[in-house]
Write a protein that binds this ligand. Structure first.
Ligand SMILES: [Zn+2]
Length: 320
């Protein structure tokens, strides 16, 4: 074929056809390359936001299984395999997914290491709560230390604007040909988010300053956004059950402050919350701290649809 084209001259009809075929092939090849663009996110929440940004242009995988507690997660060798071929890695940061360091050390591709074009610490640019003012011990094994600041910032839906911005920038860095589509996807997501946020705020507006107790210190960003008041947290230290003295103190606080709802998470032990509920008449309400942690939380927006609806309902119920 090559010789044939040469013999007929560079711009003969046959050569043009070959040239056209080559261009067509490259045009076809591009979307194929884009489809195999792989994003790994440490959590299901970041994976959901990454899907909103990339749509069908990339394959997105969470590293922590949706129903597991990311703060108690221990990566296995099979998780290393997940990182292979990922062009972008998105993490929560702030020590929440400290185990990613170990995986990245074993992973050769510098592009997804800290500072690489495909590395996204989604906490960058987020106004953080509970800042500790000390540097994070990245080698620390205690994933629940809430090192630099409280890491549960994805539970303020307004933070998704910054988070999706960081993800979009990284995807554009590794696949600049997708720029327009990525920007359009993110804009479309932010439009939907804005409309839903207005609705969530409307549903929780009658419960402004409602006092709540939470099992784990998961909800400060959620509470600030929706003007709720978390007066105390049952779990003082991860994995340590509250002492009888602490439970008695919490029960007194719940009565005094007229707390009617105890926020609980699907993977936390329930004994202490249920005991306090029995003692005080407050109800234990299971919320989804992450996408996939409850069946209703199918994606990032559905998580808030569910949490806001059940919380508004519980706070509207006549007190007993
Ligand atoms: Zn936590």
């Amino acid at each position: 074929m090559q010789g044939d084209v040469g013999a007929r001259g560079r711009f003969g009809p046959r050569a043009l056809l070959v040239l056209f075929a080559a261009v067509a092939t490259s045009l076809v090849a591009r979307p194929t390359a884009a489809q195999t663009l792989r994003l790994d996110a440490t959590t299901s929440d970041l994976a959901s936001l990454a899907r909103a940004v990339t749509g069908d242009l990339a394959q997105v995988e969470p590293i922590v299984p949706p129903a597991a507690d990311p703060e108690a997660f221990e990566p296995r060798p099979s998780d290393l395999a997940k990182l292979k071929g990922a062009a972008v890695v998105v993490r929560v940061g702030l020590g929440y997914d400290h185990w990613l360091e170990k995986l990245l050390q074993k992973h050769g591709d510098a592009a997804v290491h800290r500072g690489g074009v495909g590395y996204v610490d989604a906490s960058a640019g987020i106004p953080l709560l509970e800042l500790k003012g000390r540097s994070l011990d990245a080698t620390g094994r205690d994933g629940h230390a809430h090192g630099l600041a409280n890491p549960h910032y994805w539970l303020d839906p307004a933070n998704a604007e910054v988070m999706t911005g960081g993800i979009a920038e990284a995807v554009i860095r590794v696949a600049p040909e997708l720029t327009e589509k990525i920007i359009a996807n993110r804009d479309e997501f932010l439009t939907r988010l804005k409309a839903r946020l207005a609705e969530w705020e409307r549903l929780l507006a009658p419960h402004r300053a409602a006092r709540l107790v939470a099992y784990h210190n998961t909800w400060p960003y959620f509470a600030r956004r929706f003007r709720l008041d978390i007066v105390d947290v049952i779990e003082v230290k991860e994995g340590v059950s509250p002492s009888p003295a602490r439970l008695a103190k919490l029960a007194a606080l719940i009565r005094e402050q007229k707390v009617r709802v105890i926020l609980h998470e699907p993977f936390e032990p329930e004994d202490a919350s249920q005991l306090l509920a029995r003692r005080t008449g407050a109800v234990v309400l299971k919320l989804a701290p992450s996408v996939g942690s409850l069946p209703e939380a199918t994606d990032y927006l559905a998580l808030f649809d569910y949490n806001v609806a059940v919380l508004a309902r519980a706070l509207s119920a006549p007190s007993n």
